[in-house]
Design a protein around this ligand. Sequence first.
Ligand code: ZN
Length: 398
Amino acid sequence: MAVTERLYYSDSHLIEFEARVVDVTDRVSGWTAIVLNRTAFYPTGGGQPSDTGTLNGARVVECIDGGDQGVLHVVQGVAPARDALVKGRVDWPRRLDHIQQHTGQHILSQAFVTLFNGPTKSFRVLETACEIDIELSNPTTEIIERAVELANNVIWEDRSITILNVTSDEAAELPLRKEPAREGELRLVEIEGFDLTPCGGTHAYRTGEVGMIAVRSWERAKGLTRIEFVAGTRALADYRKANKSAREIAALFSTGRDDAPNVAAQTVEENKELHRRIRGLEELAAEVEAEKLLAGAREGVVMHVFAGRDAESLKKLAHALVVHPRTIALLGSRDKDTARLVFARSTDAAGDMSVLMREACATIDGRGGGKPDLAQGGGKNVSKLSDALTAAAHALRA
Ligand SMILES: [Zn+2]
């Protein structure tokens, strides 16, 4: 007989029990692993996380399935001694959550088999959601929502869930949803008139206990369809979170929750249109500005330092300047700790802007380059920006 009698096999809702300590080992982590002659604690396995709880005063932080060595209860705090009698208590909210996710998975998986002949290849209970990987030839949101609808109907029909212990010969005669992963006696979980599958996890007494199932998202992954879902209390928590986000976004647009997507889409369109108009106006402004700067230029060289002007705006102005014949633009802009430079010349003017730019950038401790007719750069030494431009203008006249 196995070291540990697993009480959760016969009653998934048993959370208080008494047991005797049969083994105590100190773990490298400084914690202690306790083996009991019987336990209601479910150890990590089958996609379902471990239970937590207490053994007398000590905290059970994790349970590990040791196979023939029994269930290892990893405890923090004062560990009970070998042969001691202990009172165990499983954390019920966590167990209920796992029951809901795990039973929900049985129901959802069978819904995909019933409707679309799509078997589940793997299952995981994660921190806030669950994942199943399903073989689906043509996944769409509509197809997935049809399976979700069937699953919820099965939940609300409140069907009974029973455990059957059978031999492998008996199992071979039964229509199991998936092949058993082990030999010998098998534990089957039957959802009345809907699903029959081998499983060692903790399940609801009736499907109604699962509450509801909702799909958060899905994606194709490694040839399968990965579906992220939530069941029971997680579905309610997820609804609250989603509703809060949706209402906050709606408030930004001064509209109701359900109108927010349309209003937001409209605003995005308006924003794009405004950007187009701004670009047009900037070009117009650059043309006017270029005329003004040219009027004060000496020998066709326009040299000017602006405050807080971005590279795009400097380039626009440079373009507007060099459409005029025999014109050279030496433009700079300074922010608190950044200097920017754009040099350009009209096709009929002399001088290599990229050479001038490299020299100017050396002066302002930065980098830059480009082509003979257009170059740009920047640097950190803002105080040397005017010197760099003056030197470039001298070089042109030399
Ligand atoms: Zn199960």
